[in-house]
Ligand binder design. Structure first.
Ligand code: PHE
Ligand code: CO
Length: 289
């Protein structure tokens, strides 16, 4: 990965908030409104409270500095702008220091439903609200520190699966039912419904080693979602475990495919996998080569 010339040594750039066009702010507003149609009653209350605390619905793409001042007063986190994906050690170092690196650009109107690289809507709308929750905020910092440590082992994939199945695609069990806290879900209208209501994917109780060994789809809806009981459970399970022996054992390999259900899984819902079997996102895209 090559650092762009305009980026600083830590890969941060200026957000350049005044350079966003009216149309770009409108795209944010459109995406925000679409999510508000589906998230109440589906997203975790901690996420909804975070949106409100940071006033992310006030209109337009948030300005990182003032948003960070507010966030810092709550949990000590700040949001910094980066050009796009950054190298692992840079990413981990930011998290370990309670800085969340966020894409600065916003998707185009024809990409409302899906885009490959995380943009400001995914990164800010999806990730930042949960950083207002003290326990989740601590988890993210611990993950960054764990990430820096993991660089001494050849098992980055296993640590990445943990991030994927919690920070990006996590579900939580509440008295009112399952709720979404994962940023990849809450920032997608279609997956917000699919993750909770579609019969296709498995929904399985969180198990640290189980999920670190499970492969995942990066270009389509998940075939399995893992469900935590509380952010404390997630924090304690990860912080109280020394990952070094796990890395030695897992060796950067995935023992389980995305749709696997194991005999000792706590199965909340066994997925039909109908969506994946029908070809998933690419079902009507014609022949792919
Ligand atoms: N406990 C992990 C280790 O020994 C670090 C970690 C904490 C990783 C929290 C992820 C989340 O490396
Ligand atoms: Co993300």
């Amino acid at each position: 990965m090559q650092k762009p010339d305009h980026a600083r040594d830590d890969w941060t750039i200026d957000q350049g908030w005044s350079n966003y066009t009216e149309d770009e702010h409108e795209v944010w507003n459109l995406l925000y409104k679409r999510q508000m149609d589906v998230l109440p009653g589906r997203a975790a209350s901690e996420f909804m409270q975070g949106l409100k605390a940071l006033d992310l619905g006030k209109g337009g793409i948030p300005e990182f500095e003032s948003m960070s001042d507010e966030l810092e007063s709550l949990t000590g986190w700040r949001v910094v702008a980066v050009p796009g994906l950054v190298p692992d050690e840079v990413f981990f170092d930011h998290l370990a220091n309670r800085r969340f690196p966020a894409g600065q650009f916003i998707r185009k109107r024809h990409q409302l439903d899906y885009l490959q690289e995380p943009d400001v809507f995914h990164d800010v709308f999806g990730h930042v609200p949960m950083l207002t929750n003290p326990v989740f905020a601590d988890y993210m910092e611990a993950y960054g520190k764990g990430g820096l440590r993991s660089l001494n082992f050849a098992a980055l994939k296993n640590l990445a699966a943990l991030y994927w199945y919690t920070v990006e695609f996590g579900l939580i069990r509440t008295d009112e039912g399952l709720r979404i806290y994962g940023a990849g879900i809450v920032s997608s209208k279609t997956e917000s419904i699919f993750a909770l209501e579609d019969p296709s994917p498995n929904r399985i109780g969180f198990g640290l080693e189980r999920l670190m060994q499970t492969d995942y789809r990066i270009d389509d809806f998940q075939q399995t979602y893992f469900v935590i009981d509380s952010y404390e459970q997630l924090f304690r399970a990860t912080v109280d475990t020394d990952f070094a022996p796990l890395y030695e054992q897992m060796k950067g390999q995935f023992a389980h495919s995305p749709e696997t259900v194991l005999s000792d899984d706590e199965v909340l819902h066994r997925g039909s996998q109908a969506y994946a079997k029908a070809g998933g996102r690419f079902a009507d895209a014609g022949q792919r080569t």
